[in-house]
Design a protein around this ligand. Sequence first.
Ligand SMILES: Nc1ncnc2c1ncn2[C@@H]1O[C@H](COP(=O)(O)OP(=O)(O)O)[C@@H](O)[C@H]1O
Ligand SMILES: Nc1ccn([C@H]2C[C@H](O)[C@@H](COP(=O)(O)OP(=O)(O)O)O2)c(=O)n1
Length: 418
Amino acid sequence: MAKHAKSLLSRWSSRVFLVEVDEKPLYFRLQERHGGERAPRVFGRLREADRCYSVLVCSGDRIKGAKFYPELRNKLARDLPPGCDLTTMGSFLPRVRDSFIRGYFLKSSVEYSPHIERLLRDLGRREPLLVCSYTAADGGGQLWTQRLWSPSQDETPSDYFVVSSDEPECHPSALSMINNDVFHSFEEARDVFRKCGGIIPEAASVLEMLPGSLEVCQKPKFPVIVIEGLDATGKTTLTESLRDSLGATLLRSPPECLSPWRALFDQEPPLIRRAFYALGNYITAQQIAQEGMKTPVIVDRFWHSTAAYAIATATSGPVSSLPQGGSEVYGWPSDLLQPSLVLLLTLDAEERKRRLKDRGLEKTDEEQQLDRNQLFRLRVEEAYRRISGPPCVTVDASPSADKVLQETLLLIRSNCHL
Ligand SMILES: Nc1ncnc2c1ncn2[C@@H]1O[C@H](COP(=O)(O)OP(=O)(O)O)[C@@H](O)[C@H]1O
Ligand SMILES: Nc1ccn([C@H]2C[C@H](O)[C@@H](COP(=O)(O)OP(=O)(O)O)O2)c(=O)n1
C-alpha cells in the first residue's frame, strides 16, 4: 500500500465526500452508528439492486496522479458495463489544506459487481486508488453503507453509514488550489515542468524559454495596461487600436514563443496546463519590463485570465461555490510584475455569442465550455472580479469598437500618467 494512500486512511472517518450531479455537488459523510437520518441525496433515488463505488486517485506523485485522473475516466467509460453511470466526485477533510482528492462515482446494477470489482482491482495495480463500495442496508433504500476496500488482505474492511453533510462554505477544491491550479510563484510552476520532463518531452523546450532566475526588474517607466475579458469580448480589436493610438508596444500572454506548444499543453490535466500558462505570464512579464522602459505597453490577457479560468474550472456549480472574496487564492503572485491598470471587458452572453459566430474561429475546449455552460461562464467572470493586486476597472464592451476605444483611452488617461 502506497505511503500516501496510507496517510489518507489515517483520518478516513472524518472525510466528507461530494458527488457532482449535473454540475451540482452533493455532500455526504460517514457515521459509525445510524441515527435514523434520511439517505444523502445522491443515494436517495437508488434501488436496493443498485451498487455504487467511489474510486479516488491517491497517487503520491502529483504529476502521475494528475495524468492518471483523466486516463481513469477514459478507461472506466470504455470498460464499464452498459448502463453504468459515471460522474466526478471528491473527498476532503473540512478546513484541512491540500486534503482534497478527486475521483469518480459509479452506479451500476448489482449483477455487474464482479466485473466492475475486477476492473477496479486491475486499475489499482497501475496507480494507487482508494475504492469504496456502497450497499443498501435496508429494504427501503434509505440506509446505505460505505465499505472501504481493505488496503491489505489481512485487515478487516471498515463499514460506515453514509449520511448527508452540510455544504461547506465554498467548493472544497479550494483547499488544494494553490500551486495545483493557481500558481503563486515562478519556482512552483517551473518545478512542475521540471518534473514532467520524463513523460512530456516538450516540457524541456518550454523550460528553455524561461529566464534562469527572476531578476528583480526595475519598475517600467511607462504605464502597463492589461486588457482582460472572455473570448470575443473585443480584446484583439481593442489592444490593436490602443497600440496605434498610444504608440504602445503590444504583448500577449501566453507569449508568441510558447505558441508551438500551447495546443499540446491545453490537452494536459489542470496541474500541467495551469503551470504552462503561469510560466507564460513570467515570460511576458520579462518582455513587459524591457519594453516598458521605452514605450507604454498593452497586454492582451495576463494573470487574471490564468487565475480566473483555473479557479472556475476547479470548482463546479453556482458562483457561491467559488472561494470567498478575499481568499488568498485570488492574491497576486508576489514575484510577478504588476501592471499599472487592468481593464476587464464585459459583454452580455447573447452579444458575445453573436460576435463569436461572426468571427468563426476555432475555440479552445475551455472557450467552447463557456458557450455550453452558463454556470462556468458566471464563475469565470466573478473570479475575474475577485482577483486582487493592480487596479481593475470593468468596461462595457457592447458599444461600437470606436466608442469602446474612446472610453478606454479616457480610463487610461485618468488612471495612469500619460
Ligand atoms: N465593439 C465592438 N462591436 C462590435 N463588434 C466587435 C467589437 N469589438 C470587436 N468586435 C468583433 O467581435 C469579434 C471578436 O473580437 P476580438 O477582438 O477578436 O475579441 P477577443 O480578442 O476578445 O477574442 C470580432 O469579429 C470583432 O471584429
Ligand atoms: N494569460 C493567459 C491567457 C490564456 N489563458 C487560458 C485561459 C483559457 O483556457 C484560454 C483562453 O485563451 P484564448 O486564446 O482562447 O482566448 P482569446 O482568443 O485570446 O480571447 O487560455 C490563461 O490561462 N492565461
